[in-house]
Design a protein around this ligand. Structure first.
Ligand SMILES: Cc1cc2nc3c(=O)[nH]c(=O)nc-3n(C[C@H](O)[C@H](O)[C@H](O)COP(=O)(O)O)c2cc1C
Length: 397
């Protein structure tokens, strides 16, 4: 009975944003959930006295898969930042080898580096100083040890100015507005001018309509598989924050503020304990909505690496952060499309296809990031837990 009412309501028009998708927000984001965006760079004595604290205010604004913010930071040694991955914040079903989690450590490191430069500090980053985890599972060893050294000669990076303007944009894009050549160049340049090991940056746009159709088809199919596989759908439901109170309490995960599903949740009609059936209105509505967004998309980008070790994954995350910041500067928005890049068995078909389409030779090369790109009304900031939530308690700050 309850389930039928849920299906009917959702079938009646509400689209529930799940699995990396934050649906269009019908209600206002609570201020406390996004306070970190205003706090970054604010004139705060504690942060001003310690450039590491100041820079962390920007690093926590980094993109992270499912907005899990799996960053733990130890400041106990002066002049050093140690980054560890919060192993309680992983996505074992959709990201079984934690590749995206490692990329999301990289985005954090990149923003940290940009912010430290702004304060005349050089970040000497050593990845996996106690050795890297194997390909299957992460472990408790640090992801990075970053020595922070005052250096008057360190170059500021103009991408810094984009950190607070960068947002993942999941709206439909304007199909009539191509991504300007200069914007593609700026994105490619953002990868090239970094100190990162070679990653191939590629893009496809309206000049290649047949290829675009293949991009869309693969993305749609991978999305369908993720939503039709109960355990992967359920993983997203688990980190979904429904309604202002939940969003403000958690300040992470997938945000759902649309009035109808929030009301249904309040009435006990939104069952988050099990995945809806693959042929349900909920899943079909999601698939249709995603397909419309794909139809509106006339450009895609990707980052391909040689090899796929842990350091490469982290560096791919650094590169992605730079690409998105460069796009932001150029007025271009994007949304990662991770479903076809995921490594759970059911999605193996789209995984192979997207690698073929993008010319990545398996197993030597790995597509680390694939995103749709375009123009859309600006998206607002997503929740952040703030610096304090990431500090390991033993340094007692
Ligand atoms: C490695 C990685 C994979 C991601 N995959 C997706 C995705 O498949 N779909 C999506 O909508 N967003 C994806 N995102 C974006 C995150 O969901 C987003 O960064 C997070 O929700 C925070 O929002 P913000 O980027 O607007 O600050 C991904 C981000 C990263 C770093």
């Amino acid at each position: 009975m309850q389930r039928r009412a849920f299906v009917k309501l959702v079938g009646g028009g509400a689209i529930v944003g799940v699995s990396g998708g934050v649906a269009g927000c019908g209600a206002a984001m609570p201020d406390e959930a996004i306070a970190a965006w205003a706090e970054a760079g604010r004139n705060d004595p504690a942060a001003n006295a310690d450039p590491r604290r100041w820079a962390l205010g920007f690093a926590v604004l980094a993109p992270h898969s499912h907005n899990l913010q799996s960053w733990l930071v130890d400041l106990s040694r002066p002049g050093e930042i140690e980054l560890r991955c919060d192993l309680t914040r992983l996505l074992p079903e959709t990201d079984p080898f934690s590749r995206q989690i490692m990329m999301s450590q990289g985005t954090f490191i990149e923003l940290l580096d940009l912010a430290l430069r702004e304060r005349g500090q050089r970040a000497e980053v050593t990845l996996f100083p106690e050795g890297a985890p194997g390909p299957d599972q992460l472990d408790a060893r640090p992801v990075a040890r970053i020595r922070v050294v005052a250096d008057g000669g360190v170059a500021k990076d103009p991408l810094f100015a984009q950190i607070r303007r960068r947002h993942t944009n999941r709206a439909a894009y304007d199909p009539a507005r191509p991504v300007p050549v200069a914007a593609w160049q700026a994105m490619a340049e953002a990868v090239r001018t970094s100190t990162l090991p070679a990653l191939v940056f590629g893009h496809a746009d309206g000049a290649q309509p047949e290829r675009l159709a293949r991009h869309r088809a693969i993305a749609n199919e991978a999305w369908r598989i993720e939503l039709s596989t109960p355990r992967t759908f359920l993983e997203s439901l688990k980190v979904m924050r429904v309604g202002a109170a939940e969003v403000a309490r958690h300040r992470d995960g997938l945000t759902l503020l649309d009035p109808l599903p929030v009301l249904m949740d309040k009435l006990g009609l939104f069952d988050r304990s099990r995945a809806p059936a693959p042929d349900s209105f909920v899943v079909r509505g999601q698939i249709d909505d995603f397909a419309k967004k794909m139809d509106s998309t006339t450009a895609f980008l990707w980052l391909t690496s040689e090899g796929n070790d842990r350091a490469t994954q982290v560096n791919a995350g650094r590169a992605y952060a730079r690409v998105q910041l460069a796009a932001t500067a150029a007025g271009v928005v994007m949304q990662p499309l991770s479903q076809a890049l995921q490594e759970f068995p059911e999605v193996a078909g789209p995984y192979a296809e997207v690698h073929r389409l993008l010319g990545a030779e398996r197993p030597r090369q790995t597509v680390q990031m694939w995103a749709r790109v375009g123009h859309a009304p600006s998206a607002g900031p997503s929740p952040r837990r703030g610096v304090q939530a990431h500090l390991l308690p033993r340094q007692g700050a």
